[in-house]
Design a protein around this ligand. Structure first.
Ligand code: F6P
Length: 532
């Protein structure tokens, strides 16, 4: 089926997207769900291509695998774990069973404890040595940072709690710059780590504890922990009243719906946090029940597979026209690339096709003045995933929001339509003539026929953000099922961690670099001679 998809992708290379376009296509190649609309009509996909992709879903057993995920079967086979982040937002659903035990009472109990703690912090009942908490610092990395950091920024208009800050990098500059201006006596530190062993997080947590100890008599009293490893949080000295645990069936990059979302919950409050969960839950319900053609995550996934494995485009750009989604591309990089960047299928055999694409992006309109040049006129085709809200929050600046929308739509239009040589010549015919006109015009040609999709939503509320993130989570799941891979492990991050551990004493000059390759040894030498 992959070779047929590749043949179809090759055939699409000579097809004109503008010629495919019609009112019927604009509606027929769009899906509505959870108050949003996903439009994939500006792609070269035809009905026959789409039918093939849908047949691939059947062949891969998508419905059965989706059921297996929601039912808590151990679909993360290399780690022997269920994948149940959906249970964390199952606010109106029923029981979710693992090993004949309903996990929901525990999930809801932990949510209630988190809400209680968040309220106490927000209302000044949980206090630091110097009084009410003014600043919260989340120390975590990867899934224990990107989700809450992305969502906290995205939902800035809903902030009515203490200021939230995020420290992730082991580069001391990060924690120094964040803690520098803060008052330890009114700061709460949240150590967020599923395993509570991640070297960056544990190093930063120790630094934060030392910083607090300089001014606070009982520094541990101003720490909370979010982890599956309660023995380790106790060893760090954090009272279990401020430890919020979760089960190993919550993957790191899927974890902001539970305890890892505590910083977000403190920033926006329990009501808005529940709305965020409800938005995701509504996407779960849609994903479980809608038929494939009307299923937003399925069609987003199939469009992704069409462009990557079908047409051979190795990257995709995520381009939110929403400044507060500044961190969404980074968040999606982990979600998509850590999930689907795998080279073997579930049974250990080499993958017969390319794995998931390189995901990158930046909010519009900023990107327009940076890298869109290549997207419009470069030799490689970059499928673009645009997104924009109908309404912004800055009601006093409606003309700016209209300009934002116009730019977003214009970019998708320009990518599709392009500008022909004749059109380019007509633009500059008063300035140039003859060969020079031809030469100058060729620089102003846009080949067009470049694919893009568009996600439009009413406004970036907590519900909408929850629905968008869950949409992308399920998209990753569907792509992973069709590729036949395990989207829920991440063995590819291990080797670098091991080598870094072994290299630290080498850099410190405690052990020799003799067993290192010549390049590494020589770089260590250079860095040591220059101050390392
Ligand atoms: O190294 C990758 C990773 O394991 C991610 O999958 C995870 O989100 C991140 O590190 C942080 O892990 P932890 O929450 O256990 O500190």
């Amino acid at each position: 089926m992959w070779s047929t998809l590749a043949q179809k992708g090759q055939a699409a290379a000579g097809r004109s997207i503008p010629e495919l376009m019609s009112a019927e296509r604009a509606d027929g190649y769009a899906v509505e769900a959870c108050g949003m609309r996903f439009d994939y009509s500006k792609t070269a996909m035809t009905d026959a291509d789409r039918d093939h992709l849908l047949a691939m879903c059947d062949a891969a057993g998508l419905s059965e695998k989706r059921r297996a995920m929601f039912e808590g079967r151990a679909i993360n086979e290399t780690e022997g774990r269920a994948v149940l982040h959906t249970a964390l937002r199952n606010l109106s659903g029923g029981a979710v069973m693992i090993d004949e035990q309903d996990v929901m009472p525990r999930v809801l109990g932990t949510l209630a404890r988190m809400e209680g703690f968040a309220r106490a912090v927000r209302e000044g009942n949980f206090r630091g040595q110097g009084g009410a908490i003014t600043d919260v610092v989340n120390i975590g990395i990867g899934g224990s940072d990107l989700g809450p950091a992305m969502a906290t920024l995205a939902l800035a208009p809903y902030h009515d709690g203490p200021r939230c800050h995020f420290v992730s990098n082991v580069d001391g500059a990060h924690i120094a710059d964040i803690l520098g201006p803060l008052n330890p006596e009114t700061t709460l530190i949240i150590v967020a780590s599923k395993t509570f062993t991640t070297i960056e997080t544990m190093t930063n947590a120790a630094t934060a504890k030392a910083w607090m100890a300089e001014r606070v008599r009982d520094p541990a009293a101003q720490f909370a922990a979010l982890s599956t490893a309660q023995d380790k949080t106790a060893a760090f000295g954090i009272s279990e009243t401020r430890v919020f645990g979760f089960a190993d069936w919550v993957g790191g990059r899927y974890s902001m719906w539970g305890p890892i979302g505590l910083s977000l919950l403190i920033a926006i409050g329990p009501e808005a946090f529940r709305a965020f969960l409800r938005g995701a839950e509504s996407m779960d319900i849609h994903f479980k029940s809608a038929n494939p053609l009307e299923n937003m995550p399925v069609m987003l996934a199939l469009t992704g597979l069409w462009h990557n494995q079908g047409c051979g485009h190795a990257t995709r750009a995520v381009l939110p026209y929403e400044q507060r989604l500044n961190r969404l591309p980074a968040y999606l990089q982990q979600l998509e690339m850590e999930s689907n960047g795998k080279r073997v299928s579930m049974d250990g055999a080499d993958l017969p096709v390319d794995s998931g694409p390189v995901v990158w992006g930046e909010p519009g309109t900023n990107g327009q003045h940076a890298f869109y040049q290549l997207i419009h006129q470069g030799t490689r085709i970059i499928p673009c995933e645009f997104m924009v809200g109908a309404e912004g929050f800055e009601h006093e600046l409606p003309h700016q929001h209209r300009l934002l929308i116009a730019n977003c739509l214009a970019q998708a239009e320009a990518l599709m339509k392009g500008r022909s040589l004749d059109e380019a010549k007509a633009l500059i015919k008063d300035k140039f003539s003859g060969d020079e006109l031809e030469r100058q015009a060729r620089h102003r040609v846009f080949p067009g026929n470049r694919p893009s999709t568009m996600l439009v939503y009413p406004k970036l509320t907590p519900e909408v953000l929850g629905a968008i993130v869950a949409l992308y989570e399920h998209r990753v799941f569907v792509e992973g099922v069709l590729l036949g891979i395990n989207s829920f492990d991440q063995w590819g991050v291990e080797l670098g961690k091991e080598l870094a551990k072994a290299l630290e004493p080498v850099v410190a000059g405690e052990t020799s670099a003799d067993d290192k390759d010549a390049s590494t040894a020589s770089l260590v030498g250079w860095l040591q001679r220059h101050g390392a």
